[in-house]
Ligand binder design. Structure first.
Ligand SMILES: Nc1ncnc2c1ncn2[C@@H]1O[C@H](COP(=O)(O)OP(=O)(O)O)[C@@H](O)[C@H]1O
Ligand SMILES: CC(C)(COP(=O)(O)O)[C@@H](O)C(=O)NCCC(=O)O
Ligand SMILES: [K+]
Length: 236
């Protein structure tokens, strides 16, 4: 049994490999559920993809080590792995979550041109050709971050409530912000999809469901692409 861990800037996501029922997510201050799972199932391996370092990484590693005796295996980005040529000159600077999502996407659709969107703390968009070339990507703030930036830098746009539900022109500050941030990301995604005919879209991340639903492309939602990628990078 293998436990896969995806350590993002906001949350840790986990899943017992192959068991969709045994999955969860939590913030770094609240790792008891993960510890309970580790204690109960005592997996042979724990595989970690982490874009965090310092405090958050320390907390996670300590929580795992407190209840599990093995040594954690951490994923690093590898150029030309599974035939994928990465755009970055120094691939260690590419977010491992982006690489893992790319790997999983390519594994599912090896014949297609792809755009892989991970809608988390930040939203990342990566472009992959059918020949396995990672052309490059984009990093923009995610929905919560966009709202927070407006809150922090204006006197009157103090929106805290998350009502990401529609795209219509806002008739209140709340709607104007929430619909606006959705529309920004939707437009960016559509532009990238339309740049190359037939380019296939895959959406993942904590806010992926909101984006996919509003774009009317729920069939393009792959909720655990990063965890899926760990199984490709570190097969059992
Ligand atoms: N239960 C939840 N707790 C916190 N954030 C959530 C939750 N469900 C959805 N989200 C949304 O998901 C985003 C984080 O997505 P996620 O993919 O976990 O990010 P990251 O990989 O950066 O940690 C948050 O900004 C929030 O908008
Ligand atoms: C862009 C990210 C912050 C996204 O992380 P997330 O929002 O999922 O926590 C992460 O992939 C990262 O730290 N990347 C390193 C920089 C880069 O990919 O160029
Ligand atoms: K992300």
């Amino acid at each position: 049994m293998i436990l896969d861990l995806d350590a993002g800037n906001t949350r840790v996501k986990w899943r017992i490999r192959g068991s969709d029922a045994l999955q969860g997510a939590s913030t770094y201050g609240d790792l008891q559920e993960l510890q309970a799972l580790l204690t109960h199932y005592a997996p042979a391996r724990v595989c970690l993809g982490a874009v965090v370092r310092d405090d958050k990484l320390d907390r996670l590693v300590q929580a795992v080590n407190a209840v599990w005796a093995g040594s954690l295996e951490q994923v690093s980005v590898i150029d030309h792995f599974a035939g994928i040529e990465l755009a970055y000159e120094d691939v260690s600077l590419l977010g491992v979550d982006r690489w893992l999502a790319i790997l999983a996407a390519r594994n599912r659709f090896p014949e297609d041109n792809l755009v892989v969107v991970d809608c988390g703390s930040a939203a990342t968009l990566d472009i992959l050709t059918r020949d396995g070339v990672h052309v490059g990507g984009y990093i923009v703030p995610g929905f919560s971050m966009m709202r927070r930036v407006l809150f922090d830098n204006t006197d009157r746009v103090k929106v805290t409530e998350d009502t990401l539900a529609a795209l219509a022109p806002g008739r209140s500050t709340l709607e104007a912000v929430n619909h606006g941030v959705l529309r920004m990301l939707k437009s960016l995604v559509l532009e990238l999809v339309h740049e190359v005919e037939g380019r296939r879209l895959l959406i993942t991340g904590g806010d992926g469901n909101v984006l996919a639903q509003l774009m009317g492309v729920e069939d393009r939602l792959y909720p655990h692409l990063v965890l899926d990628g760990i199984a490709v990078a570190m097969p059992g």
